[in-house]
Design a binder for this molecule. Structure first.
Ligand SMILES: [Zn+2]
Length: 437
């Protein structure tokens, strides 16, 4: 065989080998994007899990069956051609009462990370229990109703709808939003700081804090609603986290004690002591920068701000995302929903007790100065900018303005009164001079 033929054979072999490699690569990529997955990857179990569309439809009809307790808003926001839509459900007993500022306000969000489907199922379960279509075992409904009468709860069942749709299209490991930004790194506290093991596929914080419409909507919601309790519900492990995520310490003093004792109670009595309890940064094994919970605690001044991680299969392969983040059999699916529903309702009841207790002073003092003028203005501008503003938002905006004017009015009244009094005291000095000065 001449050198020429040998070279020819070699190059043919090389072409053949690269063709095989290419074909192999092609089938893998093709298979993945098409939702046909390799053997070692668990597909979504559609017998247990709703699609996002079906879930939101079910929630909508639940709300329509219970207009006395539930109401629904759809909010959307757009940035550089990317649009996000969010459904917000509000629970309040005796719906017709005027907005009662003495009630405990709770804001819960689910599905911020796209692949964590189980969290959105928990949202549906909580709303079904709130509307009395489902029940918690061993809980007396009238006692529960006395607690619920003291609350207003806002639920965002699927925060990251665009990302979720990608997961439903077969990208089972996607956690970011519809344009690749991690919504739990897009907030302003310690934003953009990257650890050594930073992986853009997982943690891309976006081009700027609040660059994403989803984060803008959530932030606006926190500004208008002023929650006392915030829970960002995730999966991937079992944990009850309090601030901080960006450093490995917790807040100190009374806020720490209040949060820690609540989480210990939930863990011990409702979650079989399975959960890690503590600051996210200290317990999870990595620091997270620009998270929603750190913002809620530090900037929005929400006195009790948590991240709950409700399920995780730590033995699953890192490529097998559906299995890693979601229970795949009916027994564990039901156990997760039952245990965590019970834990949430216990949290509601502890929250109400704390409001009544001595500790409420600490919460109140922390809560009083929670709206900085900066936040107020940002909230205001966001309201103005958003042309999708619905009645509720306009109402909220109106309330904010009224609140601001009222503060101004009070301040000027006090000043006027002060001036008036000092005048009177000057003019009446001869009369009162009889007193020994
Ligand atoms: Zn998550």
């Amino acid at each position: 065989m001449g050198l020429h033929r040998r070279l020819n054979l070699l190059s043919n072999l090389l072409i053949f080998a690269s063709f095989v490699l290419f074909a192999n690569h092609f089938t893998l990529t093709y298979g993945k994007s098409n939702g046909t997955l390799h053997l070692d990857v668990t597909p979504i179990n559609h017998d247990l899990y709703h699609t996002s569309g079906a879930l939101l439809e079910e929630i909508e009809s639940l709300v329509h069956r219970h207009p006395d307790k539930l109401s629904i808003e759809k909010v959307s926001s757009k940035n550089k051609g990317y649009e996000a839509q969010m459904t917000v459900v509000t629970y309040r007993q005796k719906w017709k009462e005027s907005d009662d500022r003495t009630k405990l306000r709770i804001l819960l969000t689910f599905g911020q990370h796209a692949r964590e489907l189980i969290t959105t199922e928990l949202a549906l379960r909580l709303l079904s229990i709130l509307s009395e279509e489902q029940f918690l075992p061993n809980v007396d409904r009238s006692t529960l109703n006395r607690t619920l009468d003291r609350l207003i709860i806002k639920v965002v069942p699927v925060e990251n709808l665009n990302g979720r749709k990608r997961v439903e299209d077969g990208e089972l490991c996607e956690r970011r939003n519809g344009r690749g930004v991690d919504l739990n790194r897009n907030w302003s506290v310690d934003w953009g700081k990257k650890e050594k093991d930073y992986d853009p596929y997982e943690e891309n914080p976006g081009p700027a804090p609040f660059s994403e419409p989803e984060s803008q909507i959530m932030r606006k919601l926190s500004v208008s609603f002023e929650p006392h309790i915030w829970v960002n519900v995730h999966s991937g492990m079992e944990a009850l986290f309090m601030p901080y995520d960006h450093k490995n310490t917790t807040p100190d003093g009374i806020p720490y004690q209040i949060m820690k004792s609540m989480l210990d109670d939930l863990n011990h009595f409702y979650l079989r002591d399975h959960c890690l309890v503590g600051s996210g940064g200290a317990s999870v094994g990595y620091l997270a920068h620009g998270t929603a919970t750190d913002y809620m605690y530090d900037i929005a001044r929400v006195p009790m701000a948590f991240t709950f991680e409700i399920y995780g299969d730590l033995k699953a392969s890192s490529k097998d995302c559906f299995r890693m983040f979601n229970p795949i059999d009916i027994t564990s699916f039901n156990r997760v929903l039952n245990d965590w529903s019970a834990a949430f309702f216990q949290m509601f009841s502890i929250g109400v007790q704390q409001m009544d207790g001595v500790q409420s002073k600490a919460i109140a003092s922390r809560f009083d100065n929670w709206v900085s003028i900066d936040d107020y203005l940002n909230g205001y501008l966001m309201h103005r900018k958003s042309r999708y503003a619905k009645k509720m938002e306009v109402l909220d905006l109106g309330l904010q303005e009224i609140r601001a004017y009222f503060r101004l009015f009070l301040l000027s009244s006090v000043l006027l009164l002060f001036m008036f009094c000092s005048r009177i005291s000057k003019s009446t000095r001869p009369i009162v001079s009889g007193m020994s000065l």
